[in-house]
Ligand binder design. Structure first.
Ligand code: UDP
Length: 237
């Protein structure tokens, strides 16, 4: 039995605890929500449960498709045992449809479909506001090796194909998402979370937003959207 130890870290949306086993951690998902690098703060009631359960469901699905993840075991509505990885300080964003910062940066309106999925890299730094970087920056500053970047890019594209196909079957367009990777026993594996906090989900027919943009943009119906995503994937009534 994995036993929860002392708290190691409290982030914007999660707490992380040590356990009695050195290579395992416990993640505890909170209802706290932030946006715009912490400038906007709030609570989304029930979000921690949704993000924990949805992320675990998707990680298990990815494992079945041969993508190694940090997921080990869900131990309560909000808590999961995960592999203790060393996080690579990069946020990897995959985009299928134009939205958010890509629209601002390129002038392409939200909803435009680029000729191919777009992979972007950002340097994980709250202090700097997660600036966009390229592979040269990551190599030149030692954030990842050439081999790690190749694995990360190939895995991110594979994850995108698997998730895009899955969400299409439940009537949801996967617009974009952010993932993070960790080093574990010499391998690069998928870590962090995959949830309405880290993905953009639009209803395939109505294009209604079913993700954190409802919070970022003060659209209302935030809890309802998170719950609807749980319902679509069969994790809620
Ligand atoms: N994203 C995230 N964490 C971040 C930044 C972005 O999970 O710190 C996700 C976001 O939810 C969206 C995708 O990455 O699904 C692309 O976000 P974008 O770059 O458009 O930035 P935003 O408009 O969200 O600031």
């Amino acid at each position: 039995m994995v036993e929860q130890g002392k708290q190691l870290y409290e982030g914007k949306a999660k707490k992380v605890f040590a356990t009695n086993e050195e290579d395992k951690l416990i993640v505890d998902y909170k209802d706290d929500a932030t946006a715009f690098n912490g400038l906007k703060k709030g609570t989304i009631v029930g979000k921690g449960v949704v993000n924990n359960k949805m992320s675990n469901y998707l990680m298990k699905m990815l494992e079945e498709h041969g993508v190694e993840t940090h997921y080990i075991e869900e131990i309560s509505d909000r808590r999961t045992v995960v592999k203790n990885v060393q996080i690579v300080p990069l946020e990897v964003i995959m985009r299928n449809v134009v939205a958010g910062s890509l629209s601002k940066r390129t002038g392409h309106p939200e909803g435009d479909v680029p000729k191919m999925p777009i992979l972007e890299l950002y340097y994980k730094s709250d202090e700097l506001g997660d600036p966009m970087i390229n592979e040269d920056h990551a190599l030149a500053f030692g954030w990842a090796t050439r081999e790690e970047l190749d694995t990360i890019a190939a895995t991110a594209r594979k994850v995108n194909e698997i998730l895009k196909k899955f969400f299409a079957t439940v009537g949801v367009d996967l617009i974009d998402f952010k993932i993070e990777f960790g080093r574990y026993k010499g391998r690069i594996i998928l870590a962090d979370e995959i949830s309405p906090d880290t993905c953009r989900f639009w209803d395939s027919k109505t294009k209604e937003k079913l993700d954190k943009d409802r919070f970022r943009r003060d659209m209302g119906g935030v809890e309802g959207a998170y719950h609807e995503m749980m319902r679509r994937i069969g994790l809620a009534e």
